[in-house]
Write a protein that binds this ligand. Sequence first.
Ligand code: ADP
Length: 415
Amino acid sequence: MLDKFFNSLLENNPYFTAGVGVVGFGVGVATLRRGLVLGTEIARRRLLATLEIHSKDVSYMWFLQWMSQQPARRTHKYAVQTSFVQHDNGSVSTAFSLVPGPGRHYFKWKGVWFQIERHRDKAVDLITTTPFETVTLTTLSRDRHLFTELLHESQAIALAKQEGKTVIYTSWGPEWKPFGLPRKRRLLSSVILDKNVKERIITDIEEFIGNGKWYSERGIPYRRGYLLYGPPGSGKSSFIQALAGELGYNICILNLGERALTDDRLNHLLSNAPERSILLLEDIDAAFTSRKLQDDGQGYPSMVTFSGLLNALDGVAASEERIIFMTTNYVERLDQALIRPGRIDMKEYFGNATDYQIKHMFLRFYENEESLADEFVERTKGRAVSPAQLQGHFVYYKNNPKQAVEMAENVFQAW
Ligand code: ADP
């Protein structure tokens, strides 16, 4: 009885029925929405594929560079990336490339649309003080094989830019970073050294490379140190650059005066230099004078200690091939501990130009001018002249070998 009464009351009450209707509708919509979200998520997972590239990964830069070359892009937000190279004569070339800035962009490649989202993380790289970043690429699942293709292509383009070139790395905190664009290889024949100097170094280094087994069998660290010393402008840096080009190696320049450098970081850098690279410590006398620390020129002391440097040089992992070049204008200022055998295995003097060098430099600028070359040698005899001074003179009279001889006296002027 009571049941019936309540039922009839509820069924016949228009307000109540409307309420149930609204609630029912609300629940329905909410369920539908949740279903839709879930459905979209499932569909997204099934239909879409994503690829995440973190800025710590080497392919990150390759990808951004590649992206900057893609024409079919829908983006209005760019970020600029500047690279520059300082040439031997001090001039600087700069190149800008526009890469997609943070945010969401779309581009089409091989007929397929990609969404790219560049996201800056909150975490900051403490060394470079730049935020870490992630790039997330999204495309249809059926096209996901294009991710691998795209990565291969961007890698190939990046490496092709380096082919036949020498990449210069500099230390950046505990890491090695390419400095500017890869440089055109310098030909070994363009560096004129005294008789047999070039041959001696090259024979030694070629004997070293590829002989790791010999070293490991005898328990000797697989590394070789070279010291090039002599006055400025004698070709020390040029020779190392040309040698790297000849061997197909890159160069890692270590700046011991760098403020952020500590013994630990130095150790890490020396043990983690990029493969196939020559480690170069330039003007080593400027960093350490008889174990005294030098400042970086702005009054900030370098934090690397002399014993830290020796430890780092000795501590390079035994199995890894390591070629170290040091240069100095003042060999007498160097601490003997730094240049003892094992740290420095070969020393070569790069001096002022000998008659042999003067003649061959002349002939490199003015082909087949044998007799003029001999005359030039006669006119400069007995006086000190650096190859850099000679180069300046020959460049000045580049189209006129006769005048270069007549004005030979000018070569002794400071350039
Ligand atoms: P260093 O490192 O001994 O101070 P660099 O290698 O920087 O000398 O040379 C300075 C300039 O002089 C470069 O432009 C280089 O081309 C030229 N130069 C110096 N020495 C030689 C050489 N032996 N043969 C050819 N060019 C040279």
